[in-house]
Design a protein around this ligand. Structure first.
Ligand SMILES: CC(=O)N[C@H]1[C@@H](OP(=O)(O)OP(=O)(O)OC[C@H]2O[C@@H](n3ccc(=O)[nH]c3=O)[C@H](O)[C@@H]2O)O[C@H](CO)[C@@H](O)[C@@H]1O
Length: 389
């Protein structure tokens, strides 16, 4: 596996930025479903625009999914395909799947015909499959960005025709042809991790006291039931310890938590459905409790704060545990199994808040694992693909 350095090579910098016929490059970025796919996609788009503001970028997502809201909010155009994933819990819900898939490939072929991209990117999620399949039918070269230490069936299959596969973990040749793999790290939105000098602004936004310790709880882009239950079970202890909390519940759980606790439960407990300013949430936090999604982990490495990871056990091949252990092995994060969280999480958080030495060690070590230029490295790889085509 080839490993890219974090700084750009000269060869890369001298790349002419041109699409077909000398016009600026046109690129389709496809995928989504959760923040873990969408935000890396936006980071790659931002890096492409940073290299050449004239680059034309079109996103292709799945109707009804988070990308249809988050991508326009980031300033990019998106077209939705009428595609869903296989529903494992119900055979009936899958009856329309083959029809939707065929229609999505047709629609993707039309999008490619109209937009005339020089290259495409797939970040995983429902829309990547039909779009990249259509790209291969139309001889449009494409790159895959795999965030996790485990690749799903669709990405493995798409990997066969990909020009490059950008990954964040070692040993990915279990899933993809070794000669196509580049270890770039996961692309992160730079504004989400730019926390320098923002502590006061963060305290103001969340109406927090400068004299109390702050715990940030994040369950990833959708929130996490176990983290919510664990915090709810330990609220009295947190309040008694005079700790303030930014508690991101996730969209699915917010209403029921608010119904139970009330909007203004306690002035030190800030309950939020979704955090649009992750930078300020990270800036406010003394310690962070988090799921172990790949994108969140890449961000945590950049902000260098002490973290307790509680990986979700409900993801393919238990990949969040692998994501978390990669850090734990380097003494870069504390770890708590999902099954122990309700009984132990709040106590562990309070212990960590009182242990300055451990906080320092974890913060230093997690910072060593950051790969800050993944977005730019991937953007340059894509431009190389266009150049060589
Ligand atoms: C349940 C599930 O399937 N999780 C997967 C999903 O996680 P998920 O969608 O949670 O994604 P990640 O943890 O990788 O990233 C979450 C992203 O959402 C942002 N954010 C989060 C909360 C919030 O309130 N505001 C906000 O902006 C974070 O800053 C981060 O950029 O994709 C990841 C990357 O493929 C996988 O590793 C996870 O296993």
């Amino acid at each position: 596996m080839k490993k890219e350095s974090n700084s750009m090579s000269n060869t890369n910098q001298q790349l002419p930025l041109q699409g077909t016929g000398g016009r600026p490059p046109r690129i389709i970025i496809s995928g989504g479903g959760t923040g873990g796919h969408i935000f890396p996609a936006i980071a790659i788009a931002n890096a492409l625009k940073n290299i050449d503001p004239n680059t034309e970028i079109l996103f292709v997502g799945a109707n009804g999914r988070m990308e249809m809201e988050k991508v326009p909010a980031a300033g990019y155009k998106i077209i939705g395909l009428d595609i869903q994933g296989i529903q494992r819990n119900s055979v009936w819900k899958n009856v329309m799947f083959p029809v939707k898939l065929i229609n999505s490939v047709r629609r993707a072929l039309n999008i490619i015909r109209d937009f005339k991209p020089d290259a495409a990117v797939g970040v995983g999620g429902y829309a990547s499959g039909p779009l990249l399949y259509a790209a291969s039918l139309k001889n449009v070269p494409y790159l895959i960005q795999e965030q996790n230490s485990y690749a799903g069936i669709t990405n493995k299959w798409l990997g066969k025709n990909a020009r490059k596969i950008c990954v964040a973990f070692d040993n990915m040749d279990r899933f993809f042809p070794a000669e196509k793999i580049i270890k770039t790290g996961n692309p992160i939105r730079r504004d989400a991790v730019n926390i320098a000098g923002k502590h006061m602004q963060a305290l103001e936004l969340f109406k927090l006291s400068a004299f109390k310790k702050t715990v940030l709880i994040t369950g990833g882009s959708l929130g996490a039931r176990t983290l919510n239950n664990s915090i709810a079970a330990g609220l009295d202890k947190l309040i008694a310890a005079d700790v303030q909390v930014i508690w991101q519940t996730g969209k699915f759980y917010y209403k029921q938590i608010i119904e139970k606790l009330g909007e203004e439960y306690h002035p030190d407990i800030k309950i939020r459905e979704f955090l649009t300013r992750m930078d300020l949430a990270y800036a406010a936090a003394d310690i962070i409790i988090s799921r172990a999604g790949a994108g969140t982990i890449a961000e945590l490495c950049m902000i260098k704060k002490p973290v307790i990871l509680v990986p979700s056990p409900n993801v393919a091949e238990d990949h969040q545990t692998k994501n978390a252990l990669a850090l734990v092995q380097e003494d870069a994060a504390a770890f708590l199994a999902d099954r122990d969280a309700e009984a132990k999480l709040v106590d562990r958080a309070l212990e960590l808040l009182n242990d300055r030495e451990l906080q320092k060690k974890l913060g230093n070590n997690i910072g060593k694992m950051a790969m800050p230029s993944a977005d730019e490295t991937i953007a340059r790889e894509l431009l190389k693909i266009i150049n060589n085509n």
